[in-house]
Design a binder for this molecule. Structure first.
Ligand code: UGA
Length: 415
């Protein structure tokens, strides 16, 4: 099929490259001219397993010209939806792209489907995107179709997740929209759920909020277990044998970060408040997460006077396998350590450059140098941290790295 993907951020780029790999004729439209050039030179702007190879294999047009979508049968909106300072969501990119599509629709005589892939508050597609598209003079459900199909891509595994989806959620304004969109996925063997537009939007938010809840829940159980000298990982193993609970996302530790879970739970809470509901439970999921970072620093204080001490950090990325530091727990830990007047040295195999943009004055060092600090805090479970020699050291572990237990003083955050 002929496809346009608008917005070459994380979701847009993966969607474009994967759909091109599946044999579609893909145009990726992006306003950032530097990004367009890099993508045309096939330089990946993000670190993602398999992306560089795939970009080298596929034939994909990258451009800033929205008119290039005028022959597309499906047009994806993949704009970023960051949080505003007050916790509300910034929809400016979504509206700007919708405006551009509307201009293209005005001059089109044929049918196409516009698909929102960005994570958005319920009613955004129906209440904001559709009215802008209809400024073209064309009618949704007659002249063009609209779908909302959230993406469930884990960073680091995004290409695998795209090609092997656990489910396809298709919010549709009418059957023809969904039928047209689903032609793209004919070769996929995944359960398909067709819903209303706003249900699809809510499925995405609720899914990420639930994952965040699982983590905060296990962190709370872990905090209790630690006081009772019970290993929360054994507890998780026992719980996970019940397939109603499941084995995944039960790893207690320093908490969740990244560009999705924290932002999406914020979006859901704001949405709830806007409709007059106080989401106390979701508030507590976030509070618990914020507390874990502080808890780790408090544990370090049990063993060392932080004022003037050199504290080494292993891991800055929000999880292993990525250079992404957005909402990484390391941010809260560094702030707390600096507040205690500690001297912070940090190492991460991939994320230093991104972290440096937020904390330019931190001392970024090798992992060997981190090991020589007065105390070591583990914040990301990179494989390589399991190969270090921790003997004789003081280690406060936020991520359950097995070898770290060789330390002279070892303290796990929830174990
Ligand atoms: C998350 C979801 O897992 C994807 O399904 C979703 O599509 C994506 O957000 C999105 O909305 O696009 P991602 O942000 O890549 O994916 O990261 P996760 O693998 O979910 O990890 C999030 C955080 O939770 C990390 O900081 C990780 O260390 C932490 N975590 C995860 C735990 O603390 N314990 C666990 O058991 C699992």
């Amino acid at each position: 099929m002929r496809i346009s993907v608008i917005g070459a951020g994380y979701v847009g780029l993966i969607t474009g490259v994967c759909l091109a790999k599946l044999g579609n004729e893909v145009t990726l439209i992006e306003i950032d001219a530097q990004k367009v050039k890099a993508l045309n030179d096939r330089v990946p702007p993000i670190h993602e397993e398999g992306l560089a190879e795939l970009m080298g294999q596929v034939d994909m047009d990258v451009s800033s010209d929205h008119q290039k979508s005028r022959h597309s049968e499906v047009i994806f909106i993949c704009a970023g939806t960051p949080s505003n300072e007050d916790g509300t969501v910034f929809l400016g990119h979504i509206t700007a792209i919708s405006d551009q599509i509307s201009k293209v629709l005005r001059s089109r005589g044929d049918y196409c489907v516009v698909v929102v892939k960005s994570t958005v508050p319920p009613d955004t597609t129906e209440g904001i995107v559709v009215p802008i598209l209809e400024k073209s003079g064309k009618k949704c459900g007659k002249d063009f179709g609209v779908c909302m199909s959230p993406e469930f891509l884990r960073e680091g595994k995004a290409i695998y997740d795209f090609m092997n989806p656990a489910r396809l959620i298709v919010g549709e304004c009418d059957k023809r929209s969904g039928d047209t969109f689903l032609r793209l996925y004919e070769s996929f063997d995944a359960p398909i759920l067709r819903t209303t537009l706003r249900t699809a939007e809510m499925i995405k938010l609720a899914s990420n909020a639930f994952l965040a809840t699982k983590i905060s829940f296990m962190n709370e159980i872990g905090n209790i277990c630690k006081r009772l000298h019970i290993d929360v990982y054994d507890v998780a193993e026992g719980m996970g044998l019940d397939d109603r609970i499941g084995k995944k996302f039960l790893n207690a530790g320093i908490g969740f970060g990244g560009s999705c879970l924290p932002k999406d739970i914020r979006m859901l809470k704001t949405t709830a408040r806007e409709v007059g509901y106080q989401p106390r439970f979701l508030d507590e999921v976030t509070n618990l997460n914020d507390q874990q970072a502080i808890r780790l620093v408090r544990l370090a204080k049990k063993h060392i006077n932080l004022e003037g001490a050199t504290i080494g950090l292993l891991g800055l990325a929000f999880k292993p396998g990525t250079d992404d530091v957005r909402d990484s727990r390391a941010i809260a830990v560094v702030k707390a350590l600096l507040g205690e007047q500690a001297l912070v040295k940090a190492y991460d195999p991939l994320a230093v450059e991104n972290f440096r943009k937020m904390f330019p004055n931190l001392d970024y060092v090798s992992k060997e140098e981190v090991l020589n600090c007065e105390a070591i805090l583990i914040l990301t479970e990179w494989e390589e941290f399991n190969e270090l020699d921790y003997r004789g050291k003081i280690v406060i572990d936020g991520r359950r790295v097995a070898r770290a237990r060789d330390a002279r003083i070892y303290e796990g955050i929830c174990w």
